[in-house]
Design a protein around this ligand. Structure first.
Ligand SMILES: O=C1O[C@H](COP(=O)(O)O)[C@@H](O)[C@H](O)[C@H]1O
Length: 237
């Protein structure tokens, strides 16, 4: 199956790339162009990216883009509740692969918070995110289980996080794999993104996407909450 064979809703565009390197370069150029437009219109830009394992090449390509990085605020769609020196930290990934060279001038808004409990960390992150303007460019990833950000099927706060009028910007979520304790931006914050992008690699994720396009519950495959206009999906085998 190829992305061109999927029945995407109106306003959802699928872009196929030959390999991970080509996807990373094309996505970096697309994101940089949208950030330049936001900077021209508003003088500042907000970029929210995802973590995991797959965004490394994209981050490195984006860091090479000529941008007035000091006017860009970078944050994460979700974080693992682990310190920044932990191997699984999404913030560490961004700092290592994106915020380097000229891109080190960007401001980074951390979701990770030192706190006595996971719930309390989410409350502190919620307050920290209050200062973030609406997202100009959002780059989502997706797990094979259909989670995006840290909106995991079966997690206790999932229904609350997916409510269009959820009053919280950040909620504590539980993932099925280590580290289980996560912090996620909620749907209303993510859904306000001016340019939402979804970047996925491999046949397994395309199969999940194909399943998510069939009628069904959002809580079973949370990526469904984003499969409507506007959305650009970038995929490579
Ligand atoms: O746990 C996470 O997983 C997803 C997917 O990661 P990938 O490496 O399979 O693309 C990611 O989007 C999310 O930010 C991360 O915390």
């Amino acid at each position: 199956m190829a992305i061109s064979e999927l029945q995407l809703p109106a306003g959802v565009n699928g872009c196929a790339h030959g390999d991970a390197g080509q996807l990373a370069e094309a996505l970096a150029q697309r994101v940089a162009a949208a950030l330049r437009q936001a900077l021209a219109e508003r003088g500042q830009a907000t970029l929210v990216v995802s973590g995991g394992r797959s965004p490394v090449a994209f981050f490195e390509a984006l860091a090479q883009q000529a941008l007035p990085w000091a006017q860009v605020l970078v944050s994460l769609a979700d974080e693992r509740w682990v310190p920044v020196n932990h191997a699984a930290s999404n913030e560490a990934l961004v700092r290592r692969h994106l915020l380097r060279g000229a891109a080190a001038d960007a401001r980074f808004l951390s979701l990770y918070q030192v706190a006595g409990s996971h719930e309390q960390a989410a409350e502190l992150a919620d307050a920290a995110v209050a200062e973030m303007a609406d997202i100009d460019v959002l780059v989502l990833g997706m797990g094979d289980d259909g989670h995006t950000a840290s909106l995991f099927p079966g997690s206790a706060h999932l229904r609350q996080a997916l409510q269009a009028d959820c009053p919280r910007r950040v909620l504590a979520m539980l993932a099925p794999s280590e580290p289980t304790q996560r912090l996620t931006l909620t749907l209303p914050v993510l859904a306000r993104a001016r340019l939402p992008l979804l970047a996925i690699q491999g046949q397994a994720k395309l199969n999940t996407l194909s399943a998510a396009l069939l009628p069904g519950e959002i809580v079973e495959l949370p990526i469904r909450a984003f499969l409507h206009s506007p959305l650009e999906i970038h995929w490579c085998p």
